[in-house]
Design a protein around this ligand. Structure first.
Ligand SMILES: NC(=O)c1ccc[n+]([C@@H]2O[C@H](COP(=O)([O-])OP(=O)(O)OC[C@H]3O[C@@H](n4cnc5c(N)ncnc54)[C@H](OP(=O)(O)O)[C@@H]3O)[C@@H](O)[C@H]2O)c1
Length: 308
């Protein structure tokens, strides 16, 4: 399969550069990189080892068998339309996918109508802009891709995922937004949690860099324990023990020292109470008492909830 694939990447950003390079390292021919600007296309093509670099879709290498669209999601529909109308393009021997978490395969409809095999292929990974593609390359191996498409599309997605040493998870098109919201929780919210920890530690006089190192083991262990068992099994702490006095003292401290974080603290604590109940470590009555306590710390809409 790898030898038969001949890929062109459209969109020379983080995702296009990194996945293009993974494909090339796995022995797939990456023929070209097309982007909005020639400069980005060249940089990415050099990084990947592709011959063609252009700012024109018309320069799509004729031997391309798979087009991977890695543009921002609001450009995908235009790119699909433009590709479908390229003179001389035989779409029937082409597979086309895109990397957006928000769009389904439907955004590629002009290409499907022209006979191409289409599918969505969202890498369930973070590719932050502040990192050079080389730095994040290892994190793009062995990942999962959120996919939808018809039978042919899904089969092509599985082949592409195998070539990238990854796997596919099928996402019902009607749940695409919720699936993407879950990705946001897993990545962006987790990153936000780290920033919250640093802010709280700073209030205790612990400098940022020290806090990052100090909280690292507890963060890593929480993640590893939840992965090995389940979030419910991994849950520890005062809410899981029904320690209402401790929870009240924490809420008081947050309100006093860093009031901007109170809405966040209350909302996540309420979810933690539900998790403790599922875990079976607190009774329904304890859960109700904890939720009632949390309600008393819920800021009213008129209260100032700006960050500290
Ligand atoms: N970043 C993530 O963590 C992540 C994770 C999963 C999925 N995704 C998805 O992957 C896709 C790409 O994300 P990214 O983070 O790699 O974006 P990015 O770094 O902003 O790169 C997008 C690239 O697309 C090019 N581009 C923009 N409009 C274009 C057009 N009309 N035709 C051709 N090229 C165009 C830009 O070109 P120039 O540089 O030439 O201007 C840019 O290099 C998005 O759909 C995103 O939702 C991103």
């Amino acid at each position: 399969m790898r030898q038969h694939l001949a890929v062109t990447i459209i969109g020379a950003g983080r995702v296009g550069s990194v996945l293009g390079r993974v494909l090339a390292e796995e022995g797939v021919r990456v023929l070209g990189v097309l982007s909005r600007t020639r400069r980005s296309a060249r940089t990415a093509a050099r990084f990947i080892g592709a011959r063609v670099a252009s700012d024109r879709l018309a320069d799509l290498p004729p031997k391309t068998s798979l087009v991977f669209i890695a543009t921002p999601h609001d450009a995908i529909a235009d790119v699909a339309r433009e590709l479908a109308s390229l003179p001389g393009l035989d779409a029937r021997r082409l597979a086309v996918c895109h990397a957006s978490g928000m769009h389904t395969a439907a955004v590629l409809e002009p290409l499907r109508a022209a006979g191409a095999t289409v599918f969505s292929f969202h890498p369930l990974q973070t590719f932050p802009r502040d990192f050079h593609p080389r730095e994040i390359l290892p994190t793009a191996r062995g990942i999962v891709y959120g996919v939808d498409g018809d039978r042919r599309g899904v089969a092509a997605a599985r082949r592409l995922a195998r070539a990238l040493r990854g796997r596919v998870v099928l996402v019902p098109p009607g749940q695409r937004e919720l699936y993407h919201a879950a990705c946001v929780v897993a990545s962006n919210h987790l990153t936000t949690v780290l920033a919250v920890v640093e802010s709280m530690a700073a209030c205790c006089g612990i400098p940022e860099g020290v806090a990052r190192r100090a909280f690292s083991p507890i963060l890593q262990a929480s993640l590893a324990n939840a992965r090995r068992t389940s979030p419910a099994a991994a849950l520890s702490g005062p809410i899981a023990r029904g320690g209402i006095a401790t929870v009240a003292a924490h809420l008081e401290a947050v309100r006093r020292e860093i009031p901007g974080l109170l809405p966040y603290y209350v909302a996540v604590s309420a979810e933690t109470v539900r998790l403790a109940l599922r875990k079976g470590s607190i009774t329904g009555a304890q859960a109700a008492a904890l939720q009632e306590l949390l309600m008393t710390f819920q800021p009213s809409p008129t209260q100032n909830t700006r960050t500290p």
